[in-house]
Design a protein around this ligand. Structure first.
Ligand code: ZN
Length: 165
């Protein structure tokens, strides 16, 4: 994706109260390698929120605030990220959710995702911790497309349900 400035990141969240009112705490961008990212995701320093900025097909940016919760159980188990399909061995994922107001009820939509929102690095094998425990034979481009489609689908569900506010 293109290089983003802190101003552009803040702008992606501006006026989008459907997905959370708090402005993100933008992390240090000096070490970010934008060329290998499909979306820019990071965590609030306290760990209870995740943020993501997604470049849309029309050239605009969409920022989303997500509630982040870790499973209370620490027992070892395999967990797969719903977006990039990376299989983590233990505690590598978290639940990221979004509260959507429907016609007469509040609906939470959530996904089990890589806990650091680093799916783009995972599909390119750029993380230092162990690689996926379920190797796939599909190529990188197919993984990128699948990741983007999963994100767009998530945003679409969030948008579609929010229209009734
Ligand atoms: Zn992932």
């Amino acid at each position: 994706m293109q290089v983003l400035t802190p101003q552009e990141i803040h702008g992606a969240f501006h006026g989008d109260q459907k997905t959370g009112r708090s402005k993100p705490v933008v992390p240090n961008l000096a070490a970010v390698d934008w060329a290998v990212l499909d979306y820019f995701g990071w965590l609030h320093p306290a760990g209870h929120k995740g943020y993501m900025v997604v470049p849309l097909a029309n050239g605009t940016l969409r920022g989303v605030v997500l509630r982040c919760s870790r499973p209370s159980s620490q027992r070892p188990r395999y967990e797969m990220c719903a977006w990039c399909h990376h299989v983590h061995r233990t505690n590598g994922t978290a639940m990221f959710s979004l509260l959507v107001r429907g016609t007469d009820e509040r609906i939470t939509i959530g996904n089990t995702l890589c806990r650091n929102l680093d799916c783009s690095l995972r599909i390119r094998n750029l993380c230092s911790d162990p690689p996926t425990y379920m190797n796939e034979t599909i190529d990188l481009q197919s993984k990128v497309v699948r990741l983007q489609q999963s994100i767009y689908q998530f945003l679409y569900r969030a948008n579609a349900l929010s229209e009734y506010e």
